[in-house]
Design a protein around this ligand. Sequence first.
Ligand code: PMP
Length: 395
Amino acid sequence: MRFASRMECLQDKALLNAMELTETEDMISFSAGFPSSETYPVADIKEAFVQVLDHEGEEALSYCSTSGFGKLRELIAKRMYDKFGLDYKTGEVVITSGSQQALDMSSMLFINKGDVVLFETPSYLGAVNALKAYEAELVALPTDREGLILDSLKQALDQYGDRVKLIYVIPDFQNPTGRSWSAERRKQFVDFIADYDIPVIEDAAYSELSFEDKLEKPLSYYDKKGQVVYVGTFSKTFCPGLRVAWLCAKEQLMEKFLILKNAADLSSSAIAQRQMAYYLSHYDLDAHIKKITSLYLERRNLMMEVIDREFPKEVGYVIPKGGLFIWLELPEGKDSRELLKRALAEKVAFIPGGSFYPSGVKNNELRLNFSNMKGEEIIKGMTILGHLTREYLAE
Ligand code: PMP
């Protein structure tokens, strides 16, 4: 069989494997970025489905408009205004089937074969793969503790000129590093990029999972030109199984996104959207988020405690203030793929850091998810990993 050339760009199966590993029996998996499934409000979701089927059953089981269920779009627009001061009208919100679909649509809209996409690195593998599927050339930009380094952005824009078609960033509790951009860097970035006619995808998948009361303003908040496309999701704050997410863009761009959404799947699931709208209207999602973030904070603290106790001191990290991940750095020259081989033999999994670099390899880092394993599994798995790391670094 002859496959499309894009398949050659899609050889990295780390994300696929991470998702599979999480399902392997007996595995203590710190690999996939799953929320903690015991936090899903199953009874409330069931009740919301029952109510929707009782009162709007026929509409819920029909096709929905391509832009999504109007009431849900309205509720999302209001929520984003209340939380982040984002001023999107209902017509500037389209519901997508997971934010992964929004990333796919954004790639489809802007990327021709060989176009350059600028990325903060390391970055989310799923976005890397979505962009690779359109045969983009991915150019990695370095970050520091404040966010994307603007001098490198400028250099890349000078070097690649008109070939740059898109910039993709995750400013909050980033996947994989758990770091967030400072408010100052966000403003500077938006000011700087306003001189260029290049769209920016702001992936806000983790923005509400803060361990502190304060939420940073999104890039979109500072954007006066309609240059930033904002992508949000209920996957991490509620549950991923419904596949309900959204994309916000100003009118002209929205027209194009709707054409693509229609071509992709006509519409997202009507029943899932209606149950989400029911939940948002009748329950308190913010109270739910508070509950899950305190659980994740506990798990983060536990993981940090075991790291401090069991891992060699040469292993570096930055304590994440939200999100689902801790990013560890082994000394230069060490390879986390080798550590993974040994860990898998002991039934512990994580994702080696090299997979998060779309171009150029750096193999001495690793990503650990702390949300998805219970306390005793974190202690057991991290103790094993600590001992294996000690042995490996001593060689
Ligand atoms: N963006 C980021 C940064 C993610 O980590 C993920 C999932 N892990 C997604 C988008 C996709 O999430 P979903 O499709 O479930 O909304």
